[in-house]
Ligand binder design. Structure first.
Ligand SMILES: [Zn+2]
Length: 254
């Protein structure tokens, strides 16, 4: 039987709200990628401060004003997880990942203006450009990995690991840290979660933005910094390798 996505996405929304009660009055739009102009994207999910506007037309009367828009690649979840429950958990994990961006970057709960001009701008310019870009994103290239690391910094990682533990504590749902974090050039997320120690329980009642105002446990920072150093060394070596490999167009007589 195929996964019932409307129900699975409602559950994913509930789990995001359990993990981040500060979103109580923020509309959350979790939309299957196949129902968006971004059907060609290979990513598991994505969001941005204006993602709600990207989705507004397709949402029709489900649109309730500015909120947190998240596109989920449900077709990829179906391909990559054999079982319906695992597919639903994967969707929830990716929803946590994306909501984590909004919470760590501070725009999830910010008042954002909505004008007809910005909406029209999205319909006519931003959506076609974004859809074309999403369709061409490569799987893995070092330059992209560096940018990814910039977008998935220690604040984001700490937020999503807190969210994972809250989902488990409050809703009893075990989301795999790897499914939330995704494949990234970094030490596996379970080590970072260990490094947080009991912080997620101690700070379970704090809004996530408040959590970020406190210093993380020293071990978490030490692990992040060690990762950064080893990745920078790796990227420097790759750059040097590229510098000594002649570019194909410079080879004579070919
Ligand atoms: Zn991300």
């Amino acid at each position: 039987m195929a996964t019932a996505w409307p129900q699975a996405l409602e559950r994913a929304e509930r789990l995001v709200r359990v993990a981040a009660p500060e979103l109580w009055d923020v509309p959350i739009y979790l939309v299957p990628q196949t129902e968006t102009p971004f059907a060609e994207s290979k990513m598991h999910g994505f969001t941005s401060p204006s993602c709600d506007l990207l989705l507004r037309e397709g949402l029709g009367n489900r649109y309730r004003g500015r909120g947190l828009g998240i596109v989920l690649n449900t077709a990829a979840f179906e391909r990559e997880r054999g079982d319906q429950d695992l597919q639903a958990d994967f969707a929830a994990a990716v929803a946590v990942h994306e909501a984590g961006h909004a919470l760590a970057e501070g725009w999830a709960t910010a008042d954002r203006e909505e004008t007809d001009a910005t909406y029209q701008e999205h319909i006519h310019r931003v959506i076609p450009q974004a859809a074309a870009k999403m369709a061409t994103l490569e799987e893995y290239v070092p330059a992209v990995a560096k940018k990814e690391r910039l977008h998935h910094g220690p604040d984001w990682l700490r937020v999503v690991l807190h969210m994972r533990r809250r989902v488990l504590a409050v809703a009893g749902v075990y989301l795999f840290a790897m499914s939330i974090v995704g494949p990234r050039p970094m030490t596996p997320p379970c080590f970072f979660e260990d490094a947080l120690g009991d912080e997620p329980e101690r700070l379970a009642r704090l809004p996530l933005a408040e959590v970020l105002k406190l210093d993380p446990p020293a071990e978490f920072t030490r692990l992040w910094d060690a990762d950064t150093r080893s990745l920078e060394a790796e990227w420097a070596a790759e750059a040097q390798q590229q510098a000594i490999t002649p570019a194909p167009e410079l080879k004579p007589n070919e």
